[in-house]
Design a protein. Structure first.
Length: 131
């Protein structure tokens, strides 16, 4: 059984990241920029331009679900943010989010085999074949 994740749940995992941008560049909240970037990359985006293109395709959803008082970030905002974040701090937030997803899946599935499905796809390892 699959469970949809509310974007607010994803944002919450990235709110603790330090925002090192100057006060001039704070028009778009860091967690919103990171969540858009993360979702776009999971959907196949490979850089700031394709992240922006993905965001434009999902604009209505993103504007309704995320804090974006000044609209979608530009590709330059994505580029600057992705260059400025601390990779280790981002990784910690990302891993914590995955742990929560995994635990929710274990709780929802009596088989105790946590499977994370992304974009409707899932990878299953046959029992006894490694993990």
């Amino acid at each position: 059984m699959s469970k949809r994740i509310d974007l607010a749940e994803v944002v919450a995992h990235f709110e603790t990241l330090e925002d090192s941008r100057s006060s001039v560049n704070l028009r778009r909240p860091l967690p919103s920029v990171l969540v858009i970037s993360l979702l776009a990359v999971l959907a196949g985006a490979d850089g700031p331009t394709s992240i922006r293109q993905w965001a434009e395709a999902k604009q209505e959803l993103l504007l309704n679900m995320l804090s974006l008082p000044h609209g979608l970030p530009s590709r330059d905002v994505f580029r600057r943010v992705l260059m400025a974040i601390d990779p280790q701090a981002f990784q910690l937030c990302f891993v914590e989010w995955l742990k929560v997803l995994r635990q929710q899946n274990v709780n929802d599935d009596s088989s105790q085999r946590p499977i994370l499905a992304i974009d409707g796809k899932q990878v299953c390892t046959p029992t006894g074949q490694g993990g």
